[in-house]
Design a protein around this ligand. Structure first.
Ligand SMILES: Cc1cc2nc3c(=O)[nH]c(=O)nc-3n(C[C@H](O)[C@H](O)[C@H](O)COP(=O)(O)OP(=O)(O)OC[C@H]3O[C@@H](n4cnc5c(N)ncnc54)[C@H](O)[C@@H]3O)c2cc1C
Length: 512
């Protein structure tokens, strides 16, 4: 890297870091993105086994039909005509099922369709389902950037901020099965009873109800295209560049020091990774201990154990919907369920492949897992290709046992699947910790809590004047959530709260 002084230095090339890089490059800033891994993209990363491509953190995307929110942002990022996408089943992109109940409950795309399909399964509940949908959309309207709008909303006084998802859903209907079906995609936001704010549920489910899509051959293409555009605009992207420390000049950061000793100077710095780890890069004296303690005490959302299954050729017919399966009639129990009852629930994500015909070659199965389950191996580190440390036979045995339990559970849901498995691979909370650089392999970063919404709503500005945050800890997780986070972060740096969103709106109007 010849030029070591930049307008903006972004640490981490997750979706949030790349979106910031794109926006600020387009705004004329000289941008440098530093990524610790070989592969860019954070949770957009893919990997390949037995000639099958697996996603690591993008199983489906919402809001990508023309005129919808992610479509608008992706169009602004020059992605829409480049991405290979496949729309999921209109009448049931998510199937919710419960052990002992043969009915498959379906979430359909499009609000009218969603109401129609669920009302066929719950004929007495049509009005309640309509009320639920109206509320979800009303809440989303309170978040202008989510709608690519620039109007002001009085969010602080909004009454839904102090309601949790479970309580709200229970207030909509007394039908317990419907309550669980409405909350059935809970793993999309690691929902907890008496904690997860209703707005988190609303912002996440709304985009999928509007429209649901799979990335064909994986979500890595999003990172590839964004990185290429950033470079084309003059930005520098450097992999194998782990940020470890900040050097200061007065109260501002002067440069970031990399693990290899290199120093990169900048005017602004944006961290796209774990908040605590970002603060660890600041020596004592530059921020108040109270701020450090407040951030360090925030809880992260749970992690997961994930199975990546390669199937024998021509054995499993393709299906174009995800399956959320629960072992009890209470979807809120699974995040708390101990290891004896594991897996209390799981999600089966089929993958979209450009090679697919009638049959599929793979699927991914995800089940919640607490970091504590793998804590005994936390001193090991394993990232291909530079940190390939063996975590030892005990860890391999642990993974095997968990995989076999999960495969048995999946086989009970999809009878005969076990015999179709050619090979499988697994990841644990430690895998995510090492690849993404979080403390604990968290799925979605800082856990939001309706009891203290503002405390868990992280602003992009920090106590250091030229240090900003972006990514899933700011605003909301998910591809859409972090895209909006990037707009929030860049708007702060650009110093015009509404200037950027107006430019994006104008761009979309001119490029209809
Ligand atoms: C298993 C799983 C499934 C998911 N499924 C979906 C889904 O289906 N749909 C959806 O929309 N969202 C999904 N998500 C959420 C979504 O993937 C994330 O919210 C989003 O990608 C996070 O983006 P981010 O910008 O916060 O960066 P991250 O993806 O968290 O990336 C952070 C980056 O920073 C780098 N980094 C860390 N430390 C350093 C350092 N010191 N120096 C330099 N670089 C560093 C990391 O290597 C990484 O590249 C899923 C997440 C997970 C984990």
């Amino acid at each position: 890297m010849e030029n070591t002084k930049f307008d903006v230095v972004i640490m981490g090339s997750g979706m949030g870091g790349l979106c910031c890089g794109y926006i600020l490059s387009k705004e004329g800033f000289k941008v440098c993105i530093l990524e610790k891994n070989r592969q860019l993209g954070g949770s957009l990363q893919i990997f390949s086994r037995d000639k099958v491509i697996f996603d690591t953190g993008i199983h489906y995307l919402g809001g990508l039909a023309e005129g919808e929110n992610l479509y608008g942002y992706f169009k602004y990022f020059g992605l829409m005509d480049k991405l290979k996408l496949k729309q999921m089943d209109m009448d049931g992109f998510d199937h919710i099922t419960f052990k002992g109940d043969p009915t498959v409950y379906k979430h359909a795309q499009g609000y009218d369709n969603f109401i129609r399909v669920l009302s066929e399964q719950f004929p007495e509940e049509k009005e309640n389902i309509q009320r639920y949908c109206a509320k979800i959309r009303e809440i989303c309207d309170f978040f202008p950037l989510y709608r690519i709008e620039d109007d002001d909303k009085d969010l602080v006084s909004a009454n839904f901020l102090s309601i949790d998802t479970k309580t709200y859903i229970e207030s909509i209907t007394s039908n317990v099965k419907l309550q669980n079906v409405l909350a059935g995609t809970n793993p999309l936001y690691a929902g907890e009873a008496d904690k997860t704010p209703l707005y988190v549920h609303a912002l996440v489910v709304n985009s999928y109800i509007e429209s649901s899509w799979k990335c064909v051959d994986g979500g890595g293409q999003i990172a590839t295209h964004l990185a290429a555009s950033i470079k084309k605009m003059g930005g520098i992207i450097q992999n194998y560049s782990e940020a470890v420390k900040f050097n200061f000049e007065g109260s501002n950061i002067k440069e970031v020091v990399l693990k290899n000793g290199k120093k990169i100077e900048g005017k602004y710095f944006i961290s796209n990774f774990d908040l605590t780890k970002t603060l660890d890069m600041i020596e004592p004296g530059h921020i108040r201990q109270a701020y450090r303690t407040r951030i360090t005490n925030l809880r992260n959302s749970i992690s997961a154990f994930i199975l990546y299954i390669v199937l024998e050729k021509d054995t499993q017919e393709n299906f174009n919907y995800n399956i959320y399966h629960y072992h009890s009639n209470n979807v809120w129990e699974s995040i708390k369920a101990g290891s004896e009852n594991w897996p209390h629930s799981f999600v089966i994500f089929p993958q979209a492949s450009s090679k697919e015909g009638k049959y599929t070659d793979s699927m991914i199965v995800m089940a919640y897992m607490n970091y504590d389950e793998v804590k005994q191996w936390e001193t090991t580190k394993n990232i291909i290709p530079n940190n390939e440390e063996d975590r030892g036979p005990g860890y391999e045995e642990f993974k095997k046992k968990k995989a076999e339990r999960l495969i048995d559970a999946v086989d009970a849901r999809l009878p005969g699947l076990k015999k179709k498995i050619k090979s499988y691979y697994t990841s644990t909370p430690l895998t995510y910790r090492d690849y993404i650089g979080s403390r604990d392999g968290t799925l979605y970063g800082v856990e939001k809590d309706y009891r203290d919404p503002l405390k868990t709503f992280i602003p992009p500005k920090t106590k250091i004047p030229n240090l900003y945050l972006t990514g899933q800890n700011v605003n909301l997780h998910g591809v859409l959530g972090v895209t909006v986070s990037a707009v929030v972060t860049c708007s702060e740096i650009l110093g015009q709260p509404k200037g950027l969103i107006r430019k994006i709106k104008k761009f979309l109007e001119e490029n209809k």
